[in-house]
Design a protein around this ligand. Structure first.
Ligand SMILES: Cc1cc2nc3c(=O)[nH]c(=O)nc-3n(C[C@H](O)[C@H](O)[C@H](O)COP(=O)(O)OP(=O)(O)OC[C@H]3O[C@@H](n4cnc5c(N)ncnc54)[C@H](O)[C@@H]3O)c2cc1C
Length: 392
């Protein structure tokens, strides 16, 4: 009998499991294992600090972000006093799972099937990877951290299977030599309707390799063709392709993350990825942390109603950033004209400081009210078409 079973050993699940065992609870971590999560691997300094990520997990340190507009205009944003880290999910996820195990979580490898209840008892059924047999584990609570299209969410949480999804695809390529076009310390973010009609394309260096990809909500878009176009326009068409892979990214946090009885969700399973950027690793780890705090509170008090704390704690900290990023996506990702204006806006040093502070340290800077007012006016001027992009 475990206090909690965590289904899914990605950033959300591994964090939840580690936090709970460190609080003295008996925890099982169930992961199906065997697949590398498709991911650009960009993580902010706040994550590295909050979750003690050692240097050897960082395969690249990015010091410039280049925004590229539909007409090919480039705005380079230098990252002041720091860097964006890059991790390889092939190594990062096993590192997080091993760390949870070393802290005391019991690992089980297999595929989650369903939850069954006998009176007040809760059993998690899974197919054991080694034997192929169906097994079950008993626990007081279950944390569903099994990613986008979560089976736990679909089966256990009202409206759990209904999150809208962006489809993201990338190719891992052998990194070329550094050149005018490719800089191993620079991320390129490409805003161009020909690459993605509603999201963006990216080139993220990973040391010896790089992730080149794009995402979209529009089902008719051919992701491979769009990525081929991105590689061609970035001068990366000739690089060796090491892996091709895609996965959905949830677009909107679910209204409810728990069932009021014995299950709570975390990370992509709860629909928690930042709008505009698609950043999910940090929010998944925070999701794991608040799910663990909610389960701890439920175990300590004997009240399942405490599971609702997970969503409340998360939203208290991050609701505003999600709202602002959502508005930004609605405003600027709709047409090439708007994308052009967005990249223009990125010239502004206050916009750069504001967005980068929000990304790097997960804080909206409040110190310069005049800058906010100026940005507000610029935003308005751009959206109403009062200024032309090149006049900024
Ligand atoms: C192409 C792409 C690029 C991205 N780039 C970035 C980026 O650069 N930076 C960033 O911050 N975010 C990025 N994201 C988003 C980020 O990858 C996710 O938000 C993050 O991985 C979510 O973590 P998670 O733990 O919730 O879920 P996941 O990482 O998906 O982990 C879920 C875990 O559950 C396990 N699992 C699933 N189903 C079952 C089952 N039935 N039984 C047992 N185990 C199961 C899986 O094996 C996996 O280990 C990207 C996403 C995509 C698709």
């Amino acid at each position: 009998m475990y206090d909690a079973i965590v289904v899914g050993g990605g950033p959300a699940g591994a964090t939840a499991a580690e936090d709970l065992v460190r609080s003295g609870y008996r925890v099982a971590l169930l992961d199906r294992d065997g697949r590398i999560k498709p991911c650009g691997g960009a993580i902010p300094p706040r994550l590295i600090a909050d979750f003690d990520i050692p240097d050897d997990q960082l395969i690249a340190r990015i010091t410039t972000a280049r925004m590229i507009s539909p007409t090919g205009r480039k705005v380079d944003i230098g990252i002041e006093n720091g860097f964006v880290g890059m991790v390889d999910r092939k190594d990062f996820d096993p590192f997080l799972r091993d760390r949870a195990e070393a802290a005391g979580a019991v690992r089980h490898t297999g595929t989650f099937l369903r939850i069954e209840r006998e009176g007040t008892r809760t059993f998690t059924h899974y197919r054991d990877k080694a034997t192929g047999e169906e097994r079950r584990l008993e626990s007081r609570y279950v944390i569903g951290a099994d990613g986008a299209r979560s089976r736990v969410a679909e089966q256990e949480i009202p409206a759990g299977g209904t999150t809208p999804l962006v489809f993201a695809y990338h190719e891992i390529i052998a990194a070329p030599e550094a050149s005018e076009q490719y800089d191993p310390a620079r991320c390129d973010v490409v805003y161009d309707g020909a690459i993605s009609p509603d999201f963006y394309g990216w080139v993220f260096p990973h040391g010896a390799s790089a992730s080149v990809g794009m995402g979209t909500y529009v089902k008719s878009v051919d992701l491979k063709q769009a990525t081929a176009a991105l590689r061609a326009s970035s001068g990366l068409a000739g690089c060796e392709t090491l892996r091709r892979e895609g996965a959905p990214i949830p677009l909107k946090p679910l209204a409810k993350w728990d069932n009021g009885r014995d299950v709570v969700l975390a990370g992509d399973a709860a629909g928690v990825v930042a709008p505009s950027s698609g950043e999910g690793i940090y929010y998944a780890m925070i999701g794991g942390r608040v799910a663990a705090a909610a389960v701890s509170a439920a175990l300590a008090s004997g009240k399942a109603s405490k599971l609702a704390l997970a969503r409340r704690l998360f939203m208290r900290e991050h609701k505003t950033v999600f709202r602002v990023l959502g508005q930004m996506q609605d405003a600027y990702y709709k047409s090439d004209m708007r994308r052009e204006r967005f990249v223009s806006l990125c010239h502004d040093i206050d916009v750069q400081r504001l967005t980068f502070e929000a990304y790097m340290n997960k804080k909206l800077v409040k110190a310069r009210p005049l800058a906010h007012i100026k940005i507000g006016f610029k935003n308005l001027a751009h959206l109403t078409g009062l200024v032309r992009p090149e006049h900024v």
